[in-house]
Ligand binder design. Structure first.
Ligand code: SF4
Length: 220
């Protein structure tokens, strides 16, 4: 099956036409081809697009360099789509930072024309924009999700560092669709989090434990 489903090509050089939409730029912290290390799509070939900008400011954030969007060079939708075409992943993961600080309609519209799934990882702290095949919500107490995002969620992933986080997780689980897969993920540096989740999941079977397997593997 061809990778490109419907991308417009010029007659002269077969490059994607630059439109108002594809000329849109985003601040890019990094792009890289890896495997999805977390959640239901664990193990899948994934191309990550990490956008700059986040106003949630979690103390445990492992991408603090992403917070200031202005410190990252901007790339066009056309550039990003070309990278994805070259990498040929199974999924593209738009992440951050908090990607919903940006209008994601131009990038998702372009990516949806490729033979690739388009996934979003978000805290939900800003309104949803764009079209996605899969949305992972990782809600944070520091800036809770906007109310109308919950209905769109396929996967809930709550970071747990301490006992009280389990109560927050349950309150968030009440708000997502019943079909959403529910994960508890240990905060990487919290020594008790693994056991806390291990014990909780055994007693509460609607939850699954999510591990950051890319970190265990020593890859991005
Ligand atoms: S929402 Fe994500 S990127 Fe933003 S501070 Fe929290 S962990 Fe970091």
């Amino acid at each position: 099956m061809p990778r490109i489903k419907n991308l417009q090509l010029t007659q002269s050089n077969q490059s994607p036409q630059l439109t108002a939409s594809t000329a849109t730029t985003y601040p890019i912290v990094e792009t890289f081809h890896s495997i999805q290390g977390e959640g239901a799509w664990f193990g899948s070939s994934a191309y990550f697009i990490r956008l700059g900008g986040c106003d949630v400011k979690c103390w445990f954030c492992d991408t603090k360099e992403s917070w200031d969007a202005s410190s990252h060079p901007r790339q066009t939708v056309t550039d990003l789509v070309r990278q994805v075409e070259k990498a040929k992943p199974a999924i593209v993961v738009i992440t951050g930072g908090e990607p919903l600080m940006h209008d994601l309609r131009p990038i998702t519209k372009a990516l949806q024309k490729l033979d690739v799934r388009v996934h979003l990882e978000t805290s939900g702290a800003h309104p949803l924009s764009g079209e996605f095949d899969w949305i992972t919500l990782s809600p944070k107490t520091f800036k809770p999700p906007v109310a109308n995002i919950y209905i769109h969620i396929h996967e809930l992933k709550v970071v747990v560092a301490k006992q009280q986080d389990l109560g927050w997780a349950e309150r968030q689980a009440d708000l997502v669709p019943t079909t959403a897969i529910k994960y508890l993920q240990p905060e990487w540096n919290s020594v008790n989090a693994n056991k806390l989740i291990f014990d909780y999941v055994r007693q509460n079977s609607q939850w699954r434990m999510s591990l950051q397997t890319h970190k265990l593997l020593g890859v991005r």
